[in-house]
Design a protein around this ligand. Structure first.
Ligand code: APR
Length: 239
């Protein structure tokens, strides 16, 4: 087994105190997606959207990586084969947990994107008071987030990694949003072994060869231990 692709969702950051989206107290309960996570919503009421992401940016900075992030950081450091952590999350807890091979397909909460000059800047403060772009000076910075109706980042790289994968692992995602929710089927097509680590069965559980249920802070360290001790069953399914 050489090539691993890991998909993560909000569930891996839940134990760090960051809200998920579709739980009873989820982010989408208080904020209709159409208002805060679409280009149309931003055009209609930029102040509301900037405030929503200012709050999320502040909560990201106040959060700390949990045992699941740290375990993936250890895997990244010790795994000599290919590894790609494709995250739907906009927090930087994978990086702060030690992971390096991370791809944020839905953008990053700590990044601001200038609509005038296209520059992207690491951003930890608020955007609601219209700061000028450090590169061009225009007041045209938006959250560097992929909103509904926009194309997720670096999809070509993701599909190429899945095509080469021997093992595809999904952690803490409901399998509710495409294209991420379809990755497991791509992985099955490329013959990879598919494993789901989640608090509860997801919408896509039936596509996984194995599902382990429980909190990520328990499941992920255990799974990383299995992979690094090579006690993990060989990924290639029998011909
Ligand atoms: N450990 C493991 N899994 C957990 C934990 C935990 N401690 N807590 C919650 N979960 C699981 C839930 O059971 C659920 O299946 O994490 C999943 C979170 O699902 P969502 O809230 O739908 O979040 P996510 O799957 O990341 O959403 C995908 O939807 O709204 C868009 O852009 C947004 O990136 C997001 C995408």
């Amino acid at each position: 087994m050489n090539n691993i692709v890991i998909l993560t969702g909000a569930g891996i950051s839940a134990e760090s105190g960051l809200k998920t989206f579709r739980a009873e107290d989820g982010l989408w309960e208080d904020h209709p997606v159409e208002e805060v996570a679409t280009p149309e919503g931003f055009a209609r009421n930029p102040g509301l959207v900037q405030r929503f992401y200012d709050e999320r940016r502040a909560s990201i900075l106040a959060a700390a990586p949990n045992l699941a992030h740290l375990a993936l950081g250890r895997l990244d450091a010790e795994w000599s084969g290919e590894l790609l952590i494709v995250t739907q999350n906009i927090d930087d807890l994978h990086e702060r947990g030690g992971a390096r091979r991370v791809l944020h397909m839905h953008g990053e909460g700590l990044s601001a994107w200038c609509q005038s000059c296209d520059a992207r800047h690491r951003w930890t403060g608020p955007l609601r008071n219209g700061p000028p772009c450090p590169a061009c000076g225009d007041v045209a910075l938006r959250p560097d987030i992929v909103w509904f109706g926009e194309m997720p980042y670096r999809m070509g790289e993701i599909y190429a990694a899945i095509a080469r994968a021997d093992l595809f692992v999904s952690i803490g995602t409901s399998g509710a949003v495409y294209p991420a929710a379809g990755f497991v089927q791509e992985a099955n097509r490329s013959g990879a072994r598919t494993v789901e680590l989640n608090l509860e069965p997801s919408a896509g559980s039936r596509w996984f060869a194995e599902t382990r249920l429980g909190p990520a802070s328990e499941l992920v360290p255990e799974w990383v231990g299995d992979v690094l001790s090579a006690s993990f069953p060989s990924p290639r399914q029998p011909a």
